[in-house]
Design a protein around this ligand. Structure first.
Ligand code: MG
Ligand code: MG
Length: 294
C-alpha cells in the first residue's frame, strides 16, 4: 500500500521542478490526482500496475517465480493500454513478443528505474530465502526489460532495504542508514551525500539518490513521502520506491488515513490481498517460494 500511495501522491508532481511545485501547491501533501497524466485522485500509474501484474504472476503460479510468467504478465498489462509506460519497458516487452525470450541484452543505456519500481512482489515472496535466490528472482524480473549492472545494483538495494525493514519485529525502530552507507561504499554513485537531488530523472542513480536522501532525512512515512515527491522529476517513481521502503519500515498504521481513504478502493484491496498472499509464500513465515530460470 505504501508503494501505491507514493505513486498516487507523486504522479501529481511528476516532471515538475521543485520551483513549479512550490508555485502551484506550496507543499504538495495530498492525493489530488492531475499531473501530466490527468489522473483522477487516488489513481496510480505504471509503477503500481506493473508491481501488481508481477505479484499476480507469482501468486497464480503458486509462489513459483519465472521470467516467462513475468514477461507474459507485463505483456498482458501492456495490451490493456496502460495510462503510462516507460520507453525501456515498452521496448523490452515488444522484444519479448517478437522473440519469446523473457530478457533483453545487457546494455548500459538500460539503467532506468523500471526494474526497481516494480520489484516489491519479489521482496515479499522471497523474504527469508537465501540471498542468492532473492538475487536470482530480482534479476529475472528486472531483465525482462532492463539488463544493466547499475540498474541491478539499485534494484537489489531496494529489496535489501525492504526485507531488512520487514524482518524487524517492532515497526519504525529499524534504522536503515547503515545499509545505505555500506551500499554507497560499494556503489559511490548512489551515495546520498553531496548536493540535494532535486528533479531526479528516471536514471536509477538519480532516482535512488533522491529516495535515500528523503529516507535518511525523515522521521516517518508521511514526512518521507512529502519530502521526496516535492523534489519533482520522476516523482511517482521516487514516491513508489520510498513508499515500499517506508511502508515496510513503519507499517500500515503509520500511513495517514487521508491518503488511505483517497487511494482507489480497487487498488487498495488488491495491494492488501496481494501483500498477504505473497508473504504467505515467503520462507520467513513458513512458505515455499521457488525460482525457475525461464
Ligand atoms: Mg509511473
Ligand atoms: Mg515515473
Amino acid at each position: 500500500m505504501g508503494l501505491a500511495i507514493g505513486d498516487a501522491l507523486g504522479a501529481t508532481t511528476e516532471f515538475l521542478t521543485p520551483r513549479e511545485i512550490k508555485a502551484q501547491f506550496g507543499v504538495h501533501k495530498d492525493i489530488v490526482g492531475g499531473g501530466w497524466l490527468h489522473l483522477k485522485p487516488g489513481h496510480v500509474t505504471d509503477d503500481t500496475e506493473m508491481s501488481l501484474a508481477l505479484g499476480r504472476a507469482i501468486h497464480e503460479h503458486g509462489g513459483i517465480f519465472s521470467a516467462q510468467a513475468a514477461a507474459e504478465a507485463f505483456s498482458t498489462w501492456m495490451s490493456r493500454k496502460p495510462v503510462d509506460i516507460g520507453h525501456t519497458v515498452r521496448r523490452g516487452i515488444s522484444a519479448y513478443r517478437r522473440t519469446g525470450l523473457p530478457f533483453v541484452a545487457d546494455n548500459p543505456m538500460n539503467a532506468g528505474n523500471g526494474g526497481a519500481m516494480r520489484v516489491l512482489p519479489v521482496a515479499l515472496a522471497t523474504l527469508g530465502a537465501p540471498w542468492d535466490q532473492v538475487l536470482r528472482a530480482i534479476r529475472l524480473q528486472a531483465h525482462v526489460t532492463h539488463t544493466c549492472r547499475l540498474a541491478d545494483a539499485g534494484t537489489e538495494i531496494v529489496v535489501a532495504l525492504i526485507q531488512t525493514a520487514l524482518r524487524t519485529a517492532t515497526p519504525g525502530t529499524n534504522d536503515l542508514t547503515p545499509l545505505v552507507e555500506i551500499f554507497s561504499t560499494d556503489w559511490p554513485e548512489f551515495s546520498p551525500n553531496g548536493k540535494p537531488e532535486t528533479n531526479p530523472s528516471g536514471f536509477i542513480v538519480h532516482t535512488l539518490r533522491a529516495v535515500f536522501q528523503a529516507l535518511l532525512l525523515s522521521e516517518g512515512f508521511e514526512t518521507g513521502l512529502i519530502n521526496v515527491v516535492n523534489r519533482g522529476g520522476d516523482a511517482d517513481t521516487t514516491g513508489a520506491i520510498l513508499g515500499m521502503i517506508l511502508g515496510a519500515t513503519h507499517g500500515t498504521t503509520a500511513i495517514p488515513k487521508r491518503w488511505i481513504k483517497k487511494l482507489n478502493p480497487v487498488t487498495r484491496s488488491a495491494c492488501i490481498e496481494q501483500a498477504h498472499a505473497l508473504l504467505g509464500f515467503s520462507p520467513a513465515i513458513g512458505g515455499t517460494h521457488r525460482t525457475l530460470t525461464l
